[in-house]
Ligand binder design. Structure first.
Ligand code: ADP
Ligand code: MG
Length: 527
């Protein structure tokens, strides 16, 4: 459905057009007509689906610009979100006249807010705590309020704002419209809806529409020890402009941030323990690209609206199916493409299968890029840049310098270019140790996610598949059913085991005997 099909005032339509909105999102299609017709609504949809416009446009339509009194209150969980919603509302109101919208949150000078409230503000967007503050001081008057919106209601409850919200709702005249938006609908939200709304229309954007189909989704099977490496390799390989990395706990956020910083990445963390001021600082430096990696918990990242996130990483597999959708929805926003990467250890792959089923989406298994992959991509990028410089810059002076050197020395200009490339790629190129650490087993010719191991016993030693299976299952914690193909030849055998167990299998099988013969086991040669 298109915005023009709505009974919206021309100035609002003009603003929406100028913002580049073409058609409405599903939550907007359902919510806006309902709100315009005067109904209370409960709107449930994931982050990034345009809920602000879903309540913001009909609220603006309902304001009487001649009346210089507070007419609508929007409550948001955090200062960050209040500012974001306020900015979006200002854009919607660009062509309307006589409408004053003010954000009200803690940490900002209260005198200034009081002045703004006195001078004919019609729409307030505030955090519950600060709005309560003004109620106590009697610096806000709700007598003419006709509309109240609760944005990210579940989050406000999580943050302990339930009493404040109820106090505010009780203070607003009964003759009003109450709009409640929430990503999830736990019991307490339903209670608030029952107590403070009238015949609310429940709008739920069905799960199928929750996925963001433009996003390429991949997963990688890793071991706990190689998880960080896999992440940094993906970061190096794709070098996304902005990356959002999700962890399941605050502690993991802190640990990962330290590890990334130690490796020279510009990463910062965001979680519930940070003070508002720190939060603002982190968000600002992410927004303007000073920090290109933001590591966050689900709750902390909720509602953050940054458009240029090119990649989302699930460092931990999300605990909740719905979280997966929320997380990956942070990239590929506003029609841009994006990528989502999930790191999976062992059995977590089953959780990921559930997610795929729930989201009706395909998450493709990919091998973690090898050291050589990362190096070639890095080199490719530098060489592309060199190409640009040759095309468009004046490099005649440099040519002279290179020429005279090459004439004096024994080497060719190709060798010189190669040396430059090495310099530009940094120290990481020739560290053999790093290469080894990077590559675990490389491509041993096994199936995706498996490593092929060479065992020095075969048909001549009367080896049967059960012997190999029994030995491995007996010596390691790996369940026998995870063992892949077993190919027995005359003098040796190849057996495939899941990548994440390969190191353990190699370690445990070193001193084992099968049919009285000492076993020698090692990764099959790389392809
Ligand atoms: P939510 O509150 O559901 O997380 P927002 O209201 O913050 O989502 O919207 C997310 C982004 O999508 C914003 O940048 C917003 O300007 C943009 N947006 C909203 N509605 C539309 C639309 N109909 N078409 C294109 N972009 C939209
Ligand atoms: Mg929102």
């Amino acid at each position: 459905m298109r915005f023009e099909e709505l009974e919206l005032q021309a100035p609002l339509l003009r603003a929406v057009t100028e913002m580049g909105f073409e058609e409405m999102t599903p939550i907007q299609t359902q919510a806006i007509p309902a709100v315009l017709s005067g109904s209370d609504i409960i709107g449930q949809a994931q982050t990034g689906t345009g809920k602000t416009a879903a309540f913001g446009l009909p609220i603006l339509q309902g304001i009487d610009p001649k009346k210089k009194a507070l007419q609508a209150v929007i409550l948001c969980p955090t200062r960050e979100l209040a500012i974001q919603v306020s900015e979006e509302m200002h854009k919607f109101a660009k062509f309307l006249h006589g409408i004053k919208i003010v954000p009200i949150y803690g940490g900002q000078e209260i005198v200034r807010q009081i002045k703004a409230l006195k001078s004919g503000t019609q729409i307030v967007i505030g955090t519950p705590g600060r709005v309560m503050d003004h109620m106590r001081r009697k610096t806000v008057n709700f007598n003419d309020v006709k509309m109240v919106a609760l944005d990210e209601a579940d989050e406000m409850l999580n943050m302990g704002f339930r009493d404040d919200i109820e106090t505010i709702l009780k203070e607003v005249p009964q003759e009003r419209q109450t709009l409640l938006f929430s990503a999830t609908m736990p019991q307490p939200i339903m209670e608030i809806a029952r107590m403070y709304q009238k015949d609310a229309i429940h709008i739920r954007v069905v799960k199928k529409e929750l996925t963001v189909p433009k996003i390429e989704q991949y997963y990688y099977e890793v071991r706990p020890k190689t998880k960080l490496d896999a992440l940094t390799r993906l970061l190096d390989m794709y070098s996304p402009k902005l990356s959002l990395i999700f962890c399941n706990t605050k502690r993991q956020v802190d640990e990962l941030v330290s590890s990334l910083q130690a490796r020279g990445y510009f990463a910062e963390g965001l979680h519930g323990d940070l003070k508002q001021q720190q939060r603002d600082r982190v968000m600002n430096s992410f927004r303007n690209g000073k920090t290109d990696i933001l590591v966050a918990t689900d709750v902390a990242a909720r509602g953050i609206d940054v458009d240029d996130v090119e990649a989302v990483f699930n460092y931990d597999v999300p605990q909740d199916d719905e979280y997966y959708v929320h997380r990956i929805g942070r990239t590929g926003r506003a029609g841009r493409g994006g990528r989502a990467f999930t790191l999976v250890i062992g059995r977590e792959v089953y959780k990921l299968r559930d997610i795929m089923r729930y989201c009706k989406t395909k998450i493709k298994l990919q091998p973690v890029p090898s050291f050589d992959d990362v190096m070639s991509v890095k080199a490719e990028k530098i060489l592309d840049h060199v190409h640009q410089v040759i095309e468009s810059d004046d490099i005649s002076r440099m040519i002279e310098l290179v020429e005279s050197r090459v004439n004096e020395e024994e080497y060719t200009s190709i060798e010189m270019a190669a040396a430059f490339l090495k310099l530009a790629m940094g120290d990481s190129v020739d560290s053999e140790e790093l290469k080894k650490e990077y590559d675990d087993f490389g491509d041993t010719g096994a199936e995706e996610g498996m490593v092929r191991l060479f065992v020095n016993l075969g048909k001549k030693n009367n080896i049967r598949p059960g012997d190999i299976l029994g030995a491995i299952a007996g010596e390691t914690k790996m369940p026998g059913r995870l063992i892949g193909s077993i190919d027995i030849y005359d003098k040796y055998t190849f057996v495939e085991v899941p990548r994440e167990y390969a190191a353990e299998v190699l370690d445990r099988m070193k001193n084992v005997k099968i049919r009285g013969k000492a076993v020698n086991i090692e990764p099959a040669n790389r392809r």
